[in-house]
Design a protein around this ligand. Structure first.
Ligand code: ATP
Ligand code: MG
Ligand code: FE
Length: 333
């Protein structure tokens, strides 16, 4: 099956053509990071306007780079939610138009299902499965007993982990987005500073806001006392604490659910080198299970993952019509 995917839920305008859930023929991403950098985060109204400017060109480029014609395409998949409402509407309208003009099935895709199905590009998913979704707006442990079936086992009680990376980067004066910069610094440092351990109630829930405040308080305390610290060691300390928080819960889930065949990670933070090293450790620890992370270029927002999740949804007959509209609060289950 040949699917064109479209994604515009936040600050990336993206379109991609994927064959049979595995072969990325094209993946075009127009990022707005440089525009939003000046504000230290995404400004929704500005983001929607730039999506409108970019969407047609991005779709055209994806078709051209794939070397296909719209006639060859079997379905048009689009992120219909969750996300920023004005941003989502641009992609949905683009997809509806494309599907109507070429008389193709229109497939709405949940953005987080997209992040999870980015792993399908690497290997066929095996169920039951546990997915760790770690992105700019989400931190969740999701149980999938079958294709396109999602049950949330645990989630963050406050900030998302990517949001914590971005906020910590801001207080450290490292710019936006903070994840990749902190990741790089952390590789050069040692986790030698004590930061507060998060406290959560649910067995599989996360918390990151106390850790974020802990970094701010650490910096202020050092300034007050005239103590020096290195950015590298602070980044490494934060990253270790954040990943401990995540992987303590992951281990509990794996212990409680021995029937789980595969563990996958999705979302922007799955690009993190420390996180990938922890997944390698789990792979050694549980040789009977499959551990998968998405290809590096499919961790942060992209449309290849939407095309893949779209093909699965299409196989299940989850087709929409011209009345499809963006759903900014779409629950995954
Ligand atoms: P959501 O998917 O929840 O709607 P989003 O789409 O904004 O949120 P993504 O594009 O999936 O988020 O991920 C962006 C986030 O990933 C940012 O917070 C960014 O800092 C973080 N990130 C990207 N690369 C890394 C990295 N190497 N290490 C840690 N965090 C990273
Ligand atoms: Mg983004
Ligand atoms: Fe995302």
């Amino acid at each position: 099956m040949l699917v064109i995917g479209i994604e515009s839920s936040c600050d990336e305008t993206a379109a991609a053509v994927v064959r049979d859930k595995k072969e990325i023929l094209s993946s075009v991403i127009a990022s707005q990071i440089d525009t939003h950098k000046a504000f230290g985060g995404v400004v929704p109204e500005v983001a929607s306007r730039i999506h409108v400017e970019n969407i047609s060109g991005v779709i055209q480029q994806a078709i051209d780079e794939a070397g296909i014609s719209m006639e060859d395409v079997d379905a048009v998949a689009v992120t219909a939610g969750p996300g920023l409402v004005g941003c989502l509407h641009v992609g949905v309208q683009g997809a509806k138009t494309l599907a109507a003009v070429w008389n193709k099935p229109l497939i709405p895709v949940h953005h987080l299902a997209g992040h999870i199905y980015a792993n399908e590009l690497v290997t066929d998913l095996q169920f039951p499965l546990v997915a760790l979704v770690v992105s700019g707006g989400n931190s969740e442990l999701v149980y999938m007993k079958d294709e396109n079936s999602f049950e949330i086992l645990g989630q963050t009680q406050d900030d998302a982990i990517g949001e914590a990376y971005d906020k910590v980067a801001r207080v450290m004066g490292l710019g936006y987005p903070g994840g990749p910069v902190i990741d790089k610094l952390a590789q050069q440092g040692k986790a030698v500073y004590d930061l507060p351990e998060p406290k959560t109630q649910g067995r599989y829930d996360f918390s990151f806001s106390g850790l974020k405040s802990g970094v701010l308080q650490f910096i202020k305390r050092c300034e007050r006392k005239g103590q020096t610290f290195t950015q590298e060691d602070l980044a490494a300390s934060f990253q270790k604490a954040a990943l401990d928080e995540v992987f303590d819960r992951v281990k509990l889930v794996l212990e409680d659910h021995p029937e789980v065949k595969q563990f996958v990670v999705g979302g922007g933070v799955s690009a993190n080198s420390g996180l990938r090293a922890r997944v390698d450790e789990l792979r050694q620890e549980y040789p009977d299970k499959t551990f998968t992370v998405p290809p590096m270029r499919c961790c942060t927002d992209n449309a290849a993952m939407i095309a893949v999740a779209g093909e699965i949804a299409a196989e299940q007959g989850r087709v929409a019509d011209a009345r499809l509209t963006a759903d900014p609060g779409w629950e995954i289950c």
